[in-house]
Design a binder for this molecule. Structure first.
Ligand SMILES: Nc1nc2c(c(=O)[nH]1)N[C@H]1C(S)=C(S)[C@@H](COP(=O)(O)O)O[C@H]1N2
Ligand SMILES: [Mo]
Length: 393
């Protein structure tokens, strides 16, 4: 990491460390990724990594298997003892500031499994190609978060009647090195912010949130693109207009308001902010490429999720979609947590097969087989997941 090189260069002089106290440096990429065995690193700066489907079998995603999406560089300090969260904005009646201890003692603590999916998950399949991280299927997870409700903190500070949006600011560092530039500052309409599951979180899977995932405090707003779940949260803004921070405008996390032909030029005025993520599913077992027995039952399993909605049914096919059968689908642990499904197929002959899985949401909308709705930045690809299996005698 550039930062580490700078530090090493500085420490050669011998005085920097003494003059400035202990180095408040984020760990190197190698050290951070050592805690993520099996993840596929997409780039170095910023650091991004996705999880192969067969490593996502757990109902509650372990931290070591949660994908990583950064738009900038980690903050230089992430100390839970001294961290402050301030609440302000045009429509905040009583601006305030809280330490993490104050948040923990003043407000009820709650814990939910909440799915976190990058809006660009599946981007690699768009043609013409969309720029950005070439995520395949692995920018999704559903770990357990613990924190306080965003709405309780907003109630405490008072939300004026003209409030329409709640946005976050964070302390990660811009790639340009310019300290006056924010990496990302996004938000959600007030109604989403006030949902019971929208959290200001300080724990991930029972531990303090680790550096990569937003230590020591982050927002978690399940069911919407991951980019609204601000990591390294320093400030909340109650806004009287749609938030206009970095990555709210242009093609960022926005899609054409009406469908466009692949490759079309879309004027900014015709782009709409992404809200709920669409229905989607994963096959976590078997892993793609496995060799199985022909004529013997093959157990299938995975997860399905549908943004703000629930998944109503799950179908599987082992013959390229010519016939489908329904899979068993469990209830979510809580609203906005993905649901587990299980099925079984018997491959009739030896040879190459694919298992396809298709979820349908509570409004009757199913995943498409092919990449849907081309958009300039390649968001919202919820095409069915397919895995390859080779059946042998
Ligand atoms: N401050 C800050 N928050 C952020 C980001 C970021 O770059 N900086 N990335 C966002 C995006 S695009 C996603 S998909 C999620 C990823 O969260 P994770 O790295 O914990 O998986 O964090 C969101 N929150
Ligand atoms: Mo994202």
């Amino acid at each position: 990491m550039l930062n580490r090189r700078r530090w090493l260069a500085g420490s050669g002089a011998g005085v920097l460390g003494l003059a400035m106290g202990p180095p408040l440096l984020a760990a190197s990429n190698d050290a951070l990724m050592a805690a993520k065995p099996g993840l596929r690193q997409l780039n170095e700066r910023p650091l991004n990594a996705e999880t192969p489907a067969h490593l996502l079998a757990d109902a509650t995603t372990p931290t070591e298997r949660l994908f990583v999406r950064n738009n900038g560089l980690l903050p230089s300090a992430m100390d839970a003892q001294t961290w402050q969260l301030s609440v302000a904005g045009e429509s905040c009646i009583r601006p305030a500031s809280f330490t993490i201890d104050e948040l923990k003692t003043r407000f009820e603590q709650v814990s939910y499994d909440l799915q976190l999916e990058c809006g660009g998950n599946g981007r690699a399949e768009f043609r013409p190609r969309a720029s950005g991280n070439q995520w395949t299927t692995g920018a999704i997870g559903c770990p357990r978060w613990r924190g306080v409700r965003l709405r309780d903190v907003l109630d405490y500070c008072g939300v004026a009647s003209d409030a329409v949006f709640v946005a976050y600011e964070a302390s990660d560092r811009h790639l340009s090195g310019d300290p006056s530039k924010q990496v990302i500052s996004r938000g959600v309409p007030l109604s989403k912010a006030l949902e019971a599951e929208s959290l200001i979180a300080f724990e991930l899977n029972g531990e303090p949130i680790p550096e990569l995932h937003g230590a020591p405090l982050r927002l978690v707003v399940g069911g919407w693109p991951g980019s609204v779940s601000g990591k390294w949260l320093t400030r909340l803004l109650v806004r009287n207009r749609v938030h206009d921070g970095p990555k709210m405008l242009g093609n960022s996390y926005r899609v054409p308001c009406e469908p466009v032909a692949p490759g079309a030029d879309v004027p900014p005025g015709s782009m709409c902010i992404i809200e709920s993520m669409p229905v989607k599913s994963l096959i976590t077992s078997p892993a793609s490429g496995v060799v199985v027995r022909a004529g013997k039952p093959l157990e299938l399993s995975g997860h399905a999720w549908a943004g703000d909605l629930a998944v109503a049914s799950m179908a599987i096919s082992a013959d390229f979609g010519q016939t489908w059968q329904s899979a068993e689908l469990a209830q979510p642990r809580n609203r906005l947590a993905w649901q587990q499904w299980q099925g079984r197929v018997t491959l009739p002959t030896t040879g190459y097969f694919e298992i396809w899985a298709r979820a349908t949401d509570s409004l009757g909308r199913s995943q498409p087989m092919l990449v849907p709705g081309w958009n300039p930045k390649g968001y919202l690809n919820n095409a069915c997941h397919r895995v390859a299996v080779q059946a042998v005698a």
